[in-house]
Structure formats: C-alpha cells, structure tokens
Design a protein around this ligand. Structure first.
Ligand SMILES: Cc1ncc(COP(=O)(O)O)c(C=O)c1O
Length: 430
C-alpha cells in the first residue's frame, strides 16, 4: 500500500498549543533562573519564593555537599567520557552503590545516568515477549516510556485502586508468563502515597514481581528518607526499588536496587545503562554527601515535614482543595487549564514561583497548581507564599466561595477519587 508523501515537519508548523499560551501572556515554562539559593530564585531580575521545586531537603546549596562535588571534580575530572560498562566506571560509582544498597536495605544497587534512563532501561530489559507489566495510570512518563520500549504487553489499572488492580489481574494474569506490577511510591503530581500493603499482597497472590519508583520518596518517606518500604515498615515488600538523585539528593542520576542476581542481570542487559555515559563525578560526589547527611542529620527531614504540614494545614484552612496529604507535594485544585496558567502567572508577578499541571497530565477541568516545599524554606518564605495564595485564591474565586469550593471538590472526587477539602473536611486516601 503506497502513501502520499508529505512533509514530515508539517506537524511542527501546525503546532499552536504553546504559542497560544505565550500569546495570552501566561506561558509558565522554561523560565530562566539567573541565580538561586534553592528556596529562593532570581528570574527576570526579581527575587521570588520557589514553591515548585523537588529540592525537598534543600541540599543543593548545602556547603558540605558543594565541597564534596568540588572534591570529586579534583579527583576524577568533570566527566566520565563514556559508559560505565566500558571506560567510565569510577570507584565512586561503586562506593555509592554499596552505600545506597545498605541505606535502602537491599542486597545490591546499580546507578544510572538519570532516573528516566533507569525506568526505561530496567523495564525494557526485564520484560520479554510473553510477559506483562501492570502499570498504575498515574505513573511517571519515564515508566510509560519503559513500557513502550518493553516488548511485552502493558495493562493499566486505575490510580492506586487495588480493586481495579485485582480485577485486571483476575482477568489477564493467566495469559502471561512473567508479570511485574509497577507503581510510583509517591506519585509525582498528586503527592499520593502508594498503598503498598495492598499492592504487595496482590503481587504475592497473583505471582507478580513488584517494582516501585521512589523518585519522590527518597529523602522524604521513612525515618531517614529511605523511601516507601521504610515508611510502611515493609522492607523487602518490593522486588525492585528505583529512584533518582534529581530531587532530594540535589543532583542528577538514577538507581535501581534489589537482589544481587537481578541487579547483575540488569547491569549486563539494560541498554540505557550500557550505552549511555556514566553519571559525572561531581554528581556522584554530591550524592555521596547527601547520603551521609540523610544518615546522620535528621534535622533536615524534620524541617521538611514541619514545613509541609504547615502548608497543608494552612492551605486547607484557607479553603483550597488539595490533593495528597502526607508529603511535601501539595497540589491545589484550580479547575480549567487557562485559569491555572493565569493563576500561575499572577503568582509569579507577585514573587511566587510555582508550576501548573494541566491536561493531559490531569483530566480536563482538573488543572492543578503543584506546590511543593523544602526543608530550607523559612517561615518568612512560607508566610509570604500563603499571603499571596490567599489574595489570589479569592481574586480567582477559588477560595472564599462555598459554592465554587464544593464544585471543585466534586470534580476532584469524580476524577481523582479523593480530596482534602478546604474548610477542614479531610478524607484520607489510604
Ligand atoms: C516519579 C518519577 N520517576 C522518574 C523520574 C525521572 O528522574 P530523572 O529526573 O532522574 O530523570 C522522575 C522525574 O521527574 C519522576 O518524577
């Protein structure tokens, strides 16, 4: 069957979405940061409070962490100039793997150049033609990419919905040989925590392996920030746990941890590990020091939890409908996409840097402003952000109107299945 030849780039010419938002003067992406202290940034010549970052422990500007990065450059140079498989494997990579495995309570660990490459590489190398991935609908894009690269099938289940997971397992498990259930430990947009006890039970019942993405749980959940398994006191419940150093650990890089045997296999099979350059020395030095801090300085995590709890409490009391409830991610339900863009722009104009989450990342009409908090936010930072959020929330009719608040809460119940509703009505999702 022949096809009429067209210009491959026609779609680029037709692509108007971003231009429309730019033309409306509310484009919130790619804002150039001139300088930053982590919790504050300078953009377009003005200092703003950052409440849109994943720098949960605020370690990007920790003096010891910065020194460690410099020492690593002195020892190894600025780059590895190749894959770890061939010429880029540093003793520091191996030290990091050994220490991280111990911290997480796993036998072994493998460090990749990024978390995205970890998910893409691990899922694609483990899943064969007759195997299946069961994937939560709210899983991160890198997991989705991994499922696309994998040659086996993927079956999706409703977000954190164990009844739906059991339904799909009942209906489909017998069609496949091996099976892997994949879910975020802390979901990146909603801040929900995975229902690990239930998912682990289903994995056992239906002979599946379990893989958790702890990108937003490392440094955040557990007594020292070891992640989701530790939060639930269920170390070993997941067969594999992956994570990233691009959030709490103030750097760049990814890891997967599990049994010796499986990690050895991934090390020799994952193409995104074998054929991509290694995590650079400064990044490894940074992460090693972050690990020491997580192990020995509980005050950072305590401060993160205090700040997150304050914002959850205050924003709910103000009348915002928030998703999530137990993590530093506090998404505010706004409604339609253009309102979320306009709201984000007004926040920015008032010196508050946050990011919107719009469709298709969330259902139509359920746009969010994803706010997230850090250990290093001062009360002054947070109080300022609250003041602006109160003023603008009223201006946009998102808070201060019982009717609108109810309407938004109803939208959230329908689409997200749970909500911490403004004015104090809180429904936990676990
Ligand atoms: C849940 C989740 N998994 C994986 C990744 C990818 O991590 P990285 O930034 O290291 O590529 C991210 C980052 O956005 C994430 O949020």
């Amino acid at each position: 069957m022949s096809k009429e030849a067209t210009d491959l780039f026609e779609k680029c010419r037709q692509f108007e979405d971003a231009k429309r938002i730019q033309a409306a003067g509310v484009y919130p992406f790619f804002r150039p940061i001139e300088s930053t202290s982590g919790s504050r940034v300078v953009t377009h010549g003005r200092r703003r409070v950052m409440i849109g970052s994943n720098n949960y422990l605020g370690l990007t500007h920790n003096a010891r962490v910065q020194e460690a990065a410099k020492r690593a450059i002195d020892q190894y140079g600025t780059g590895c100039t190749g894959s770890r498989f061939l010429n880029g494997n540093l003793t520091a990579h191996e030290e990091l793997e050994a220490r991280l495995a111990k911290f997480l309570g796993k036998e072994a660990c493998l460090v990749f150049a990024t978390g995205f490459l970890t998910n893409a590489g691990v899922l694609s190398c483990l899943i064969g033609r007759s195997d299946v991935i069961y994937s939560d609908r709210e899983n991160h894009a890198s997991i989705v990419e991994g499922t696309r690269l994998a040659i086996g099938d993927t079956v999706k289940f409703k977000h954190n919905d164990m009844e739906d997971l059991e339904r799909v397992l009942k209906n489909t498990r017998s069609k496949y040989a091996g099976a892997l259930i994949v879910a975020d430990g802390v979901f990146s947009m909603s801040g929900d925590i995975l229902n690990l006890p239930a998912v682990a039970e289903l994995a056992k019942k239906y002979q599946c392996r379990l893989y958790i993405d702890d990108a937003h749980a490392l440094g955040v959940l557990g007594s020292k920030g070891q992640g989701t398994e530790h939060h639930f006191g269920m170390v070993g419940a997941a067969d594999l746990v992956m994570g990233t150093f691009s959030k709490s650990f103030a750097s760049l890089g990814g890891y997967v941890a599990g049994s010796e045997e499986v990690i050895h296999y991934i090390k020799h099979k994952a193409r995104t590990f074998m054929f991509s350059a290694a995590m650079p020395p400064a990044a490894v030095g940074t992460v090693l020091e972050c690990l020491t801090i997580a192990e020995t300085e509980p005050q950072h995590l305590a401060s993160l939890r205090k700040n997150s709890a304050k914002m959850q409490r205050e924003l709910t009391a103000m009348g915002y409908n928030i998703l999530g409830s137990q993590t530093p991610i506090v998404p505010l339900l706004i409604g339609d996409d253009m309102t979320a863009f306009a709201f984000t722009q007004r926040l920015y104009d008032h010196g508050v840097f946050a990011t919107p989450v719009v469709s298709p990342a969330v259902p139509e009409g359920c746009a969010l402003i994803r706010t997230s908090y850090m250990a290093t936010h001062t009360d002054e930072d947070l109080d300022y952000a609250l003041e602006v959020l109160q003023k603008l929330g009223r201006e946009f009719g998102i808070i201060g109107s019982q009717g609108r608040s109810e309407e938004l809460a109803q939208i959230a119940r329908t689409h997200f299945g749970r909500i911490s509703q403004g004015s104090g009505v809180v429904t936990a999702q676990l």
